[in-house]
Design a protein around this ligand. Structure first.
Ligand code: ADP
Ligand code: MG
Length: 485
């Protein structure tokens, strides 16, 4: 490994899930358990049907293009990529090529990998249609056109990543961007994200910015989880280094392999050298469409605060640690919850503690997602206010929260049910303190001599009030009463 450097380029596909309809037909864009229910004749390539471009999908694609600092074309073009497959009944996919111009060209993404900022150049991002999905059984196959025509974004990076960790950090950042920008749920479990991973190695002392020095790339198709991307890259690096050491690396031809989860290895599929010619040409059924400056401006104005910006804000304005800020922005649903707590007047640091320790711990343990949580931002703020106003102690509030989550009842109801009101009344506490001190004159002496008997007094008061005395008020009163004696 020490003698080589690794080059990784990614082709990341992500379905746009946030449009109402498909990219060229009026069928619903969504998931249905009933196969072939979200379809229109166009999705099955019936003769005489024509594509109509979904402006909403183009707007979201342009939004992604802008976030990635790409340039946008003057005209919208689509290309036909010709090939036949049962999941592609037209015999071609409508997509975009680097020429004339996709929705985005030549941008970059800065992202964090283990505390270091990395930059990956984006070659292009383009909009295309997803294919249908097929299932194979021993004696027959079925085909489901629900996915046919779902808008799909393909992002192609330059080979600027140098380790599996960097590639995964890049993908995680992209997923977060798609979610925050309202482009896609970007859920790999739903098959919305699929990646082609390209890997090569070259001598360590050579300059990686000169393509002449690059090794022969190996492409791994359709890796569908980030864990798979990591494992496939690490496997492929080891395999290629072994070829170098054997002296056979230079004989290796450009090839496509697939990552096999079962054998935990990459398996040769085909040589890339005899790649079929897709005979691209401009899609004649879609008229040339001018992308106006004013439309681009309105799309630019609709880009919301992204995870990286929220993280900065949490650190700089709310004084949260980098660690906590990272946890809070990792999932949009969590960050949205936090933002709402703040907008309802919740104190920033306290709210962050509740989220990062108690609430996320609970979600993890119960294997739930934020949307399954009974607790609302308003309830959390109510709970925090009860502690702030001395109605309950902070220790009690933890108990209340777990009851809220378990019993699915409002915090105020739980406090009532547990008879938990905190005693914050000076007179009540003072009477108990006086009694406790009267009973232990020897311990007051010990206290004056510097022995720690103070906690004992606090403990006695807590015992007498079943933990309901306000702790800081109790401490103050004990100090005052000792001083009086
Ligand atoms: P192709 O014409 O085979 O599709 P491209 O030049 O379009 O190849 O690149 C496809 C992907 O492969 C891009 O993500 C690119 O960054 C990556 N890639 C190209 N060359 C290499 C290499 N030598 N090592 C690793 N990745 C590479
Ligand atoms: Mg290519």
């Amino acid at each position: 490994m020490d003698n080589y450097q690794v080059l990784i380029g990614l082709e990341m596909h992500c379905e746009i899930s946030e449009t109402k309809t498909k990219v060229f037909s009026s069928a619903k864009n969504g998931y249905s358990d009933t196969p072939n229910s979200y379809i229109r004749p166009l999705d099955m390539a019936f003769p005489g049907t024509l594509p109509v471009v979904n402006k909403e999908a183009v707007a979201l694609a342009l939004k992604a293009s802008m976030i990635l600092h790409c340039s946008q074309p003057e005209y919208l073009y689509f290309e036909r990529k010709n090939y036949y497959y049962p999941d592609l009944p037209k015999g071609y996919q409508i997509t975009q090529e680097t020429k004339p111009a996709p929705v985005g060209s030549f941008g970059y993404l800065d992202f964090d990998c283990k505390g270091e900022t990395k930059r990956v150049r984006i070659n292009n991002i383009h909009l295309e249609e997803d294919a249908a999905s097929s299932d194979h059984y021993p004696t027959f196959s079925t085909i489901d056109y629900n996915r046919a025509g779902v808008p799909l974004l393909e992002l192609v990076t330059e080979p600027d990543m140098h380790s599996a960790e960097e590639a995964v950090a890049f993908l995680e950042t992209m997923r977060s961007i798609y979610q925050y920008a309202g482009i896609s749920e970007a859920d790999s479990r739903k098959g919305q994200i699929r990646c082609d991973v390209n890997v090569s190695i070259m001598e360590k002392d050579k300059d990686p910015s000169d393509p002449k020095n690059w090794g022969t790339k190996v492409e791994m198709k359709n890796v569908n989880s980030f864990g798979g991307v990591r494992d496939a890259i690490n496997y492929e690096i080891d395999r290629q280094i072994a070829l170098k050491e054997d002296g056979t690396y230079d004989e290796m031809e450009q090839q496509t392999r697939r990552w096999d989860e079962d054998t935990f290895s990459t398996i040769y599929m085909r040589s890339k050298a005899d790649a079929i010619d897709y005979k691209y040409f401009v899609e004649p059924n879609i008229p040339k469409f001018k992308i106006s400056e004013s439309w681009l401006e309105s799309i630019r104005a609709s880009i919301p605060e992204l995870a990286s910006e929220r993280k900065e804000k949490y650190m700089n304005e709310y004084n949260l640690s980098e660690y906590d800020s990272t946890i809070l922005v990792k999932e949009k649903a969590i960050s949205d919850f936090y933002e709402e707590v703040i907008s309802l007047g919740g104190e920033a640091k306290g709210a962050a503690n509740w989220l990062t320790s108690v609430i996320l711990g609970y979600l993890n343990k119960e294997e739930l997602e934020m949307k399954d949580l009974y607790l609302t931002p308003k309830m959390l703020v109510d709970l925090m206010n009860m502690v702030r106003d001395g109605k309950i102690s902070s220790k009690q509030s933890k108990q209340v929260l777990s009851k809220v989550l378990e019993d699915k009842k409002e915090p105020s109801v739980i406090v009532e049910e547990l008879g938990m009101k905190q005693i914050g009344d000076d007179k009540t506490i003072r009477d108990i303190v006086v009694k406790v001190l009267d009973e232990h004159p020897d311990l007051i002496e010990d206290h004056r001599k510097g022995k720690n008997t103070f906690d004992f007094f606090v403990g006695q008061v807590m015992k007498a009030t079943r933990g309901q005395a306000n702790p800081s008020l109790t401490a103050d009163i004990i100090r005052e009463e000792i001083d009086k004696r």
